[in-house]
Design a protein around this ligand. Sequence first.
Ligand code: ZN
Length: 57
Amino acid sequence: MKSNTHILRDPVCGKKINPNKAYAKVKYGKETYYLCCPICQVEFEKNPQKFINNLRK
Ligand SMILES: [Zn+2]
């Protein structure tokens, strides 16, 4: 299966995100993460690894 249709999720609040409508994009490691709002962006930047681990559960 190709993964070009994978669902993007805000790693902080878990909302599904349309990348065109995301509030912010944050590059971390090899991936780009999309955040829905400034609150999620701040939280993500404080501790990106924690939220990335949540996403992979
Ligand atoms: Zn969010």
